[in-house]
Design a protein around this ligand. Structure first.
Ligand SMILES: *[C@@H]1O[C@H](CO)[C@@H](O)[C@H](O)[C@H]1NC(C)=O
Ligand SMILES: *[C@@H]1O[C@H](CO)[C@@H](O)[C@H](O)[C@H]1NC(C)=O
Ligand SMILES: [Zn+2]
Length: 546
């Protein structure tokens, strides 16, 4: 019955993908925003932010911030300006670097469909939530990095905020290895992601992981891993289906934390063997976090990235038996579909049992984990329903790009777990440092890009699919409220979000090239030469002749 209803509704699915709710806030061309785009804001490019508490990761002070032509010109008390300058009063508020999300998937083909948010709608939502840059993952086309990059450059032409790229590695051969040189030396990419799962498609084995790590190290590019044991996940999925568990709870049960812990430990040890820094994306469990902690304690350079969903949610939602009725507005008709409300929570690694989130928060405040991403990867409820009969077919991914700054503030700062300076570090500065674009990004300093937010700690926020800027019709944080509201976002020196009004312009975002050999590579050579001289080998042996 439900399945039949869905098939009917799928006929309309294409219509529901239209950005119906978002357009009113955007410029007119927003409906079919393309290369032509629309007029860049004509508002003054001179802005003075007065009297706020300016927070950097190293220091905070009450000061004015003066912005001109996209750059921060001065940060000091009592700056005097002329009449042609827009003045924003930030008294009693925090003035901080715009957020940088290190982990997003916009306009990505995945599991037989396409994420619903593209480089415009996803970024516009980001700006409304105080994020002014993100790093997205280029997915190669049939293994080709060059073809993948070409495609993503096209996708990103409609960008309304600055962005950078990581590159995924989905197969390994000589051509891919040579293309990696090109990506680093000519294209401004300084990180590559390896998948230890998705058996039969992206997954690469240990031999290739070692090759990949060696290549990254030689280029000064950071290897990243999605750490889950792909063979065991495959086995776990089979087991659930055999037990007749086909709903979203089967997703969590098929890939328990120990499989994330195992792969994280293996990747960390192989990185140590190669002596390269390593970045573990979406640390979702205590098991994986403890492997990162152990390695860092021993002096190894491992960066652990929790994502907002992992810091906040727990897996109880996956057991929820309720179906919700989502109404779909399509031209001429309104149709109703039954969608299990919990399909939207399916992502990999899965959202864990209660307890993991709190432990990850602790790891973040103590410095065991370094920065917060989202793994933002949205599908509509119609797309999520592809897995109505089989959890393995539910497109994986949750939202977060718009909510990250608010939720991290509320969960970590408002709760007293970290300071405002730490907040700036984990949402912006550390990302800029790791990917080698600091202090152009991640700081409120003279000469830095004018990507700035003004956060009112006394105002509150409410999250709802009715209010968000995405195109997707659900929100995994539906109904969540908290304290600390981003009231103004300035991106590239323009006010793009103020008084709940978004002024995002397709084509205004710039590609940010990220050079290799960031600070995480400092000293790696010395460690290598110390290693070589410590070997006391080969031992010279003289053969006695008889
Ligand atoms: C927020 O509340 C604090 C403490 O009451 C106060 O010092 C500050 O000025 C307030 N800020 C705003 C913008 O109202
Ligand atoms: C788990 O999540 C549910 C639903 O969001 C929430 O009501 C519950 O309080 C959470 N449990 C814990 C222990 O945090
Ligand atoms: Zn991801």
């Amino acid at each position: 019955m439900i399945t039949q209803l869905l098939i009917l509704v799928n006929l309309f699915a294409t219509f529901s993908l239209l950005p119906a709710t978002a357009t009113n806030q955007f410029c007119e061309a927003g409906i079919d925003y393309g290369e032509s785009g629309c007029q860049i804001s004509s508002s003054s490019s001179k802005i003075l932010i007065k009297g706020g508490t300016v927070v950097n990761s190293h220091h905070q002070e009450v000061a004015d911030v003066y912005v001109e032509d996209g750059l921060i010109i001065a940060v000091q008390p009592n700056i005097k300006v002329g009449d042609d300058v827009i003045v924003l009063d930030a008294t009693g508020k925090y003035v901080m670097p715009g957020g940088i999300d290190p982990h997003t998937h916009l306009d990505m083909e995945f599991m037989g469909t396409q994420t619903i948010d593209d480089f415009f709608s996803g970024q516009a939502a980001a700006l409304a939530g105080g994020t002014t840059m993100h790093i997205d993952f280029v997915i190669p086309v049939d293994g080709s990095l060059t073809a993948g990059l070409k495609l993503y450059k096209q996708k990103a032409q409609k960008s309304c905020m600055d962005y950078g790229f990581h590159m995924a590695i989905t197969k390994w051969d000589e051509v891919v290895s040579k293309e990696m040189d090109l990506m680093v030396k000519e294209e401004g990419i300084n990180s590559f992601k390896f998948f230890m799962l998705y058996k039969g498609s992206f997954m690469i084995n240990d031999e290739l992981l070692i090759e990949g790590f060696k290549k990254c190290k030689s280029l000064g590019a950071l290897p990243m891993v999605h750490a889950e044991n792909g063979d065991a996940v495959f086995e776990g999925q089979k087991r659930m289906i055999e037990l007749g568990i086909t709903g979203p709870e089967g997703h969590a049960l098929s890939r328990p934390p120990l499989l994330e812990g195992e792969a994280t430990a293996r990747a960390i040890r192989l990185a140590r063997f190669v002596n390269t820094p390593l970045y573990v994306v979406h640390v979702m469990s205590i098991d994986a976090m403890e492997e990162v902690a152990k390695a860092r304690k021993s002096g190894q350079r491992v960066i652990g990235e929790p994502v907002v969903s992992g810091l906040i949610l727990n897996d109880s939602v996956l057991w929820d038996p309720d179906f919700s009725i989502a109404s779909k507005h399509v031209p001429l008709v309104i149709c109703f579909i039954f969608v299990p409300s919990n399909y939207q929570y399916v992502m990999s690694p899965p959202i864990r049992a209660a307890g993991h989130a709190k432990a990850l928060q602790g790891a973040l405040s103590s410095g065991v984990l370094q920065l917060v991403g989202t793994d933002h990867c949205t599908f509509s409820s119609t797309q999520k329903a592809f897995g109505i009969d089989d959890f393995r077919k539910i497109p994986n991914g949750v939202n977060g790009l718009e909510e990250r700054m608010h939720l991290v503030w509320d969960t970590m700062v408002e709760s007293g777990q970290i300071s405002a300076s730490d907040y700036v570090r984990i949402t912006s500065t550390e990302c800029a440092k790791i990917f080698n674009i600091y202090p152009r990004k991640g700081a409120i300093l003279p000469g830095s890009d004018a990507d700035i937010i003004i956060l009112n700690p006394n105002a509150s926020f409410t999250i709802s699919a009715k209010l968000h800027q995405y195109r997707t019709d659900t929100n995994v944080y539906e109904g969540v409220t908290g304290k600390g509201k981003v009231e103004v976002t300035i991106a590239g020196g323009k006010i793009v979000w103020k008084n709940g009004e978004l002024k995002a312009f397709p084509g205004s975002g710039k590609y940010v090239e990220m050079p290799p050999f960031s600070y995480v590579f400092d000293g790696i050579e010395k460690a290598d030469s110390n290693y070589l001289s410590s070997l006391q080998a080969p031992v010279k042996r003289s053969r006695s002749s008889t």
